[in-house]
Design a protein around this ligand. Structure first.
Ligand code: KIV
Ligand code: ZN
Length: 535
């Protein structure tokens, strides 16, 4: 039996670093929904946000700590720059959790010291014990990160880590902030830390990395071979710029190649004990949820969760797979929870059957959400003969969106065709119950609808991404529309599903506009965690 050090801790930062992707902004309810899914997935630590960023971020971390950070649930972590106010707010936000953690960081590469912090190495060596010590006075579980460790002088890094551990850090996280290192270099960095930081046995070594060169997952696996025991990752690899290391890729590499990694964790190669606590069958569902709520689409050829990852299109492959699955498949689609869209419900299915199936799928909806979803299901059942799990998921994801509805779509009507000028009429309802109608002509039906909506809403914006894909196979399938729009340099996303893609397009656009309006109503601009702290 391997000891506790000898398993991999999965630290999920979808709600913090992932949410730093342009346009991936989530509201408090959406963050809570994702946090619950992450707990079902079995992550050990949820980095729930950067509480100092804004009152909304603080509230989200606090709510997650309260509702998801239960005795048997994950540790809930709040990020803090190395300042007293950041640390105080992080401690306060994670307080309701049974297990709370503060993750504090300061940059250590010369380039960051000179141009961002304008501090000397000596300054940083003095700040770390003061701030880690302060964090330790508030909470026991402290993680410390030397930002841009991948480009920091290793000798200086060893000193930094030693003082952080001496001041009380129980996890030291090594970020490749700009995704610059290669697997050999990153592995050597971890090995160097193990060999040169005198008190390293008093802390867990963690890794954090960005995917600018597409190397984040390879770097992490090399780090595991050299002693890293916590991996900081995000669902679908979302995050700043090219994103973070993808949770699903790391977990499935450790799962499929357990025999290879076992010895690095002090186990016999043939040990069948899982390397981490993740329930892999939750991966696909969690991936879809995060994609739908953040508006960050998953590319079809994305490893593990892409639409093509388990599709065996070419004749030769199909033949091989039919004869023996292992000829071309290294893992079973079922291991990530990807089952055939089994026909589970139909027109005559009742509320009970509907609720039961949702519970089996892991959705525990409030009465209000269940009612809304059931009405949508009945409506869909009138149009589509057979309804499977993927349809149910699309309905639930659609109906349980918690974007404050400033504008509600009452009606959308289009006329188009090869002899017609695409024309749309829309009616939107405001929270005061006022119905506003307008019409427009466009280059196509979606353009006409969006122009008509813009005439009503009157908030300048630019559509920067529009995508439609079908939820299932079949001519009667629902279409899922995801859009991203820009307003004054900020990006907002919207998502909707419907058998009519014009309706889905209109609803997705309104959802993004509602997000935008909610932000316009905020008085405070969120602080970016990697901006230099003022105090
Ligand atoms: O990429 C990075 O360095 C970070 C730190 C805040 C850990 O996200
Ligand atoms: Zn990061």
């Amino acid at each position: 039996m391997a000891n506790e050090q000898d398993r991999i801790i999965i630290f999920d930062t979808t709600l913090r670093d992932g949410e730093q992707s342009p346009g991936a902004t989530l509201n408090v309810d959406e963050k809570l929904t994702i946090a619950k899914a992450l707990a079902r997935l079995g992550v050990d630590v949820i980095e729930a946000g950067f509480p100092r960023a804004s009152t909304g971020d603080f509230e989200a971390v606090q709510k997650i700590a309260d509702q998801v950070g239960t005795e048997n649930g994950p540790t809930i972590c709040g990020l803090a720059r190395a300042t007293k106010e950041d640390i105080r707010q992080a401690a306060e936000a994670v307080k309701p959790a049974a297990k709370g953690r503060i993750h504090t960081f300061i940059a250590t590469s010369d380039i960051h010291l000179e141009h961002k912090l304008r501090k000397s190495r000596q300054d940083v060596l003095a700040i770390i014990p003061e701030m880690v010590g302060y964090a330790k006075s508030l909470i026991n579980d402290i993680e410390f990160s030397p930002e841009d460790a991948g480009r920091s002088d290793p000798e200086f890094l060893y000193q930094v880590l030693e003082v952080a551990i001496a001041a009380g850090a129980t996890t030291v996280n090594i970020p490749d902030t700009v995704g610059y290192t290669t697997p050999e270099e990153f592995g050597a960095l971890i090995r160097g830390i193990k060999e040169n930081v005198p008190n390293i046995d008093q802390a867990i070594i963690s890794v954090h990395g960005h995917n600018d060169l597409g190397l984040a997952v390879a770097n992490f696996l090399s780090a595991v071979q050299n002693g890293a025991r916590q991996l900081e990752c995000t669902i679908n690899g979302i995050g700043e710029r090219a994103g973070n290391a993808a949770l699903e890729e790391l977990v499935m590499a450790l799962y499929v190649r357990r025999g290879f990694y076992n010895p690095f964790l002090g186990r016999p190669a043939e040990s069948t004990e899982p390397l981490c606590n993740i329930d892999t069958t939750q991966i696909y569902k969690t991936s879809r949820l995060v994609s739908n709520l953040t508006g960050m689409l998953v590319q079809p050829n994305k490893a593990i969760v892409g639409a093509n990852a388990f599709a065996h299109e070419s004749g030769i492959h199909q033949d091989g797979v039919l004869k023996h699955r292992l000829t071309y498949e290294i893992m079973d689609a079922k291991s990530i929870g990807l089952t055939k869209n089994l026909i589970v419900l139909g027109k005559h299915s009742g509320r009970h059957a509907f609720r039961d199936r949702l519970q089996t799928l892991g959705y525990d909806l409030s009465e209000t959400d269940l009612n809304k979803a059931f009405l949508r299901f009945k409506d869909l059942a009138d149009k589509k003969k057979e309804i499977g799990d993927l349809d149910l998921e699309a309905i639930v994801n659609d109906e349980t969106q918690h974007v404050p509805e400033l504008f509600h779509l009452e009606l959308v009507q289009v006329s188009c065709g090869d002899r017609a000028r695409p024309t749309a009429t829309v009616t939107l309802r405001t929270p005061q119950g006022e119905e506003l109608t307008d019409a427009a002509i466009g280059t196509g039906p979606v353009d006409a609808v969006y122009k008509a909506i813009n005439r009503v809403v009157n908030i300048p914006n630019e559509l920067i991404e529009y995508s439609v894909k079908s939820v299932t196979e079949g001519i009667d399938a629902m279409g899922e529309v995801t859009i991203r729009l820009r307003h004054e340099g900020r990006t907002f996303s919207g998502h909707a599903a419907n058998t009519d893609i014009i309706v889905a397009s209109a609803r997705a656009y309104i959802s993004a506009l509602n997000r935008l309006s909610a932000t316009l109503n905020q008085t405070q601009n969120p602080i970016h965690p990697q901006a230099a702290a003022l105090a």
